[in-house]
Write a protein that binds this ligand. Sequence first.
Ligand SMILES: Cc1cc2nc3c(=O)[nH]c(=O)nc-3n(C[C@H](O)[C@H](O)[C@H](O)COP(=O)(O)OP(=O)(O)OC[C@H]3O[C@@H](n4cnc5c(N)ncnc54)[C@H](O)[C@@H]3O)c2cc1C
Length: 329
Amino acid sequence: MTQPSSEATFDVVIVGGAFAGLSAALILGRARRRVLVCDGGPARNAPAHASHGFFANDGTAPRELLQRAREELRPYDSVEVRSILVESASALDASEGSAAAGAGFRLGLADGETVRARFVLLAYGLTDAPPEIPGLADLWGRAVHQCPYCHGWEVRDRPLGLLGSWRTMRQRASLLRGWSTDLTAFIQDAGPESTADAAAVEIDRLARLGVTVRTEPVERVEGVGQGGLRVFLEGGDAIDLGGLFVAPNVTPRSDLATSLGCFPVEGPEGLLPFVRVNDAGETTIPGVFAAGDLLGGTQTVVMAVGSGARAAYVINHRLAHEAAEALLA
Ligand SMILES: Cc1cc2nc3c(=O)[nH]c(=O)nc-3n(C[C@H](O)[C@H](O)[C@H](O)COP(=O)(O)OP(=O)(O)OC[C@H]3O[C@@H](n4cnc5c(N)ncnc54)[C@H](O)[C@@H]3O)c2cc1C
């Protein structure tokens, strides 16, 4: 494919303009780098009314945080923020790039434009797929939560539920006990015959921790009262809770890392939906960095902001070094 000779060139293209991406853009803008931030839509925590646990901004609405972050970028005129999806990314041929630096990358935007970048920062986050239980999606981010650090304080000392597999339930319940000791575990996979014994051992341990265990399938959930919910079990029982914590399945919001050839993170049971990076935030493809929830681990705003900034510092050092080397060559 012949590319237009007028193709815009940036030091860095940031894919995803939420917490990780905008944090990186601020550092790079202040370092006077030419940056394009492309953002394709709402951030992961958009369903939540408030974001908690972010230093000096505890309880601020996610949208307000991001609006402020975009406004803070205004003085840095080398940073351009566009509301657009990046649809493709590939390495440039060696003949297309600078000889001193790596060749760089070409990114295809949803409006058909292609741009070039010396470095790419992937900050496009994850999509949640909560269990498909009627009513649950409607309460996502309000009475149904994924993270006690984010929303545990607001429901402290209320009856709380945990939904999921017996395999991870004890670990999750041990953590949530810090916010409430009135816990009910809704175990949805008491197990095929092969795991029944192991599940029974875990269920017994949960009971010894003071956790009420229910193994009936959850039929549906419904919002009640001041931000609470009612859980309806097969067989007819209904349990009122102040909040329900679930561990959703997550998938990356784009396959750009895969198409660029970046290795995913490996877990004990296979590949995980996260991008592998080194201590500098660089993926297995030199010049491609990743930040935010895409890295897995603790997925919170403050971690996303920190990893975005880390990538930006390293990228700026590389650019500075490459420019100096080119002068000396
Ligand atoms: C319901 C809920 C509540 C939460 N509450 C809290 C909380 O209170 N405190 C806390 O610290 N954390 C909270 N979190 C976690 C927090 O949302 C994430 O850790 C944080 O959003 C990660 O930031 P990020 O920048 O990595 O990704 P995201 O916030 O997911 O942002 C990624 C951005 O990339 C964009 N994008 C995706 N694909 C493309 C593409 N191809 N091209 C261009 N742009 C693209 C998306 O539109 C999005 O704007 C919550 C999460 C959920 C689900």
